[in-house]
Design a protein around this ligand. Structure first.
Ligand SMILES: C[S@@+](CC[C@H](N)C(=O)[O-])C[C@H]1O[C@@H](n2cnc3c(N)ncnc32)[C@H](O)[C@@H]1O
Length: 151
């Protein structure tokens, strides 16, 4: 499993049972904070907007990351996920979402909300299919999205 934008490893704490958990994030300070906990088999400093393969994973998971990406950058991160998934593998992430009427909303240039149809279109262009999207009531207007690479 690949934890995309693993940061200091808060999600890794919930994934202790996962064999060969790999973490990727571009912030070296957070990676240094994650290292002592020994939760990850590998930690890599890398920007998900740039193509690179670390393996062929069943699942790419991401929490607290896509909000920093605009629609074009979603496309780049989807390409990254696609090249790191096995055929039939899944990408699951949560992110702020906006309505279909608005399609994309940017706050303070760093926080982005995309509608499901914009996410689905960017996903298709990267070879992923949006198979599920649902509201996460506990975190405001965030939505959970599940995408699949063709089997
Ligand atoms: C708010 S932290 C979330 C950390 C962790 N996933 C959690 O749930 O606690 C955001 C993380 O995403 C990473 N990140 C943001 N944009 C990224 C990108 N384009 N490529 C790789 N990592 C990114 C940052 O380096 C940071 O580790």
């Amino acid at each position: 499993m690949l934890d995309l934008g693993c940061g200091s490893g808060l999600m890794g704490l919930h994934l202790r049972e996962v064999h060969s958990l790999v973490g990727v994030a571009f912030d070296p300070v957070m990676l240094d904070a994650a290292r002592p906990f020994g939760l990850y088999a590998e930690l890599h400093q890398h920007d998900a907007r740039v193509d690179r393969q670390f393996g062929e994973f069943d699942l790419v998971l991401s929490a607290g990351v896509f909000q920093y990406l605009d629609a074009d950058e979603y496309g780049q991160a989807f390409r990254f996920a696609h090249m790191n998934l096995r055929s039939g593998g899944y990408l699951a992430f949560e992110a702020p979402a906006c309505s279909e009427a608005l399609r994309e909303v940017t706050f303070n240039t760093t926080s982005h909300s995309l509608s499901d149809s914009v996410v689905a279109a960017r996903a298709e262009a990267a070879g992923l299919t949006l198979v599920e999207a649902k509201l996460i009531p506990a975190i405001g207007a965030h939505r959970f999205r599940l995408l699949r690479k063709a089997p």
